[in-house]
Ligand binder design. Structure first.
Ligand code: ZN
Length: 233
């Protein structure tokens, strides 16, 4: 089985549509979304609608939680907070209800999925370093845990010298971000995992960033949220 794992769309419809086109071409059996469908970008309802049509497997992200009033936004930086407030005003009742029904983790096909970290998923910890990853390995039983949240694609193995997914070792794989990459590469990022070949591939692709950024400015959202899309930061 081939599973596409998408995360951190952040209301970027152009990037989401492009990702789904690519996923179609790559003959994938299932699609999983690790959350943060909304927040930052200009098309929250369109992105939720499209994700809902695409997959039943959707997890809650911290920006979904904040925009749907499930949590406070005090820990957000000012731009993120403004975007969460704007998104909250835009959300349809149906989509707000959908966000309220999302879960934090999913165990599926002997793989583990969470937005931020297996340790205390509801606290939104970041896994940024090998040390963060080492600490988290004890909090899931499956061989691989897929995460998003940092918007930086990459992987961590229990054995720190291993650079790609191989059988019989434990991994935390970050699939990166569809709608707001932050690894100095502006192209959208997601993952495809093949459970038969036990092979992981990180996909990067260009999308219509100009249009996504123009909509952010037009919506009156903070301009830096548009500018950062061009640099991937
Ligand atoms: Zn995010």
């Amino acid at each position: 089985m081939r599973i596409a794992i998408i995360s951190d769309i952040h209301s970027n419809l152009e990037a989401l549509e492009k990702s789904l086109e690519l996923i179609k071409e790559k003959s994938v059996d299932e699609i999983l979304c690790l959350g943060d469908i909304i927040g930052y970008g200009a098309n929250p309802n369109e992105c939720i609608d499209l994700v809902r049509q695409t997959t039943p497997y959707v997890l809650l992200g911290n920006h979904d939680e904040a925009a749907a009033e499930l949590s406070k936004t005090e820990y957000f930086n000012p731009f993120a907070r403004m975007a969460a407030e704007w998104t909250n005003r835009e959300l349809t009742d149906e989509n707000r209800h959908f966000i309220h029904g999302l879960r934090f983790t999913l165990s599926h096909d002997n793989l583990f999925f969470v937005h931020a970290s297996p340790h205390e998923p509801e606290e939104w910890h970041y896994i940024l370093s090998p040390a963060d990853a080492q600490f988290n390995f004890q909090y899931f039983l499956q061989p691989i845990c897929f995460v998003g949240h940092s918007h930086v694609p990459g992987l961590f193995c229990e054995d720190i010298w291993t650079q790609e997914v191989v059988p019989e070792k434990k991994f935390i794989v970050n699939v990166g971000s569809i709608g707001q990459p932050r690894d100095n590469d502006w192209r959208l990022s997601f993952g495809i995992f093949d459970t038969e070949e036990w092979r992981y591939e990180n996909i990067r692709a260009e999308y219509d960033v100009t249009s996504a950024a123009a909509k952010i400015r037009k919506a009156g959202l903070p301009k830096p949220l548009a500018e950062r899309l061009f640099v991937g930061r």
